[in-house]
Design a binder for this molecule. Structure first.
Ligand SMILES: [Zn+2]
Length: 151
């Protein structure tokens, strides 16, 4: 994940929004976090293993939920765990292959916890307003494109 940090377009707000979007997708559809993504300042995209495109009302629900979480102004904190402890406590299915014995878990209040080595905002209000631009579906992959609007 170090390559993320060296990307000049890397944006902590966008990346933190990605965490919240992923947790929202997990809670709504129980199909796991995005397996691939491209995060940039102007717009980002996340890909999910899925079986169809989203409906308009689902897109609305996701926008609403992500923005509710942002508005709660949750603290974004880091904690370190031993590998086994992290796997047991956070139902981790996909640890980065290069992860060592100590795993850094990023928590967004009580809403999300996930292993990550990236740079994040310190509280969710810094993210701004989340908005899905479009979604598409092809070959079992749902792509969600989104942007952030400063209020
Ligand atoms: Zn992260």
């Amino acid at each position: 994940m170090d390559e993320v940090k060296s990307n000049k377009d890397y944006n902590p707000e966008m990346h933190s929004a990605e965490h919240i979007l992923n947790q929202t997708m997990v809670r709504m559809f129980n199909r796991g976090r995005s397996f691939s993504n491209h995060i940039e300042k102007k717009k980002s995209k996340c890909d999910y293993h899925f079986d169809r495109n989203l409906t308009e009302s689902e897109v609305e629900s996701i926008n609403k939920k992500v923005n509710e979480v942002i508005k709660q102004d949750l603290s974004v904190t880091e904690e370190y765990f031993h590998r086994e402890e992290a796997i047991a406590n956070f139902k981790l299915s996909q640890l980065p292959e290069d992860a060592g014995d100590t795993i850094r878990i990023i928590k967004i209040g009580d809403y999300d916890a996930c292993p990550c080595s990236g740079v994040h905002v310190s509280s969710t209000k810094e993210i701004g307003k989340f908005q899905i631009i479009s979604t598409s579906y092809e070959k079992s992959v749902l792509r969600v494109r989104f942007k952030l609007v400063k209020e």
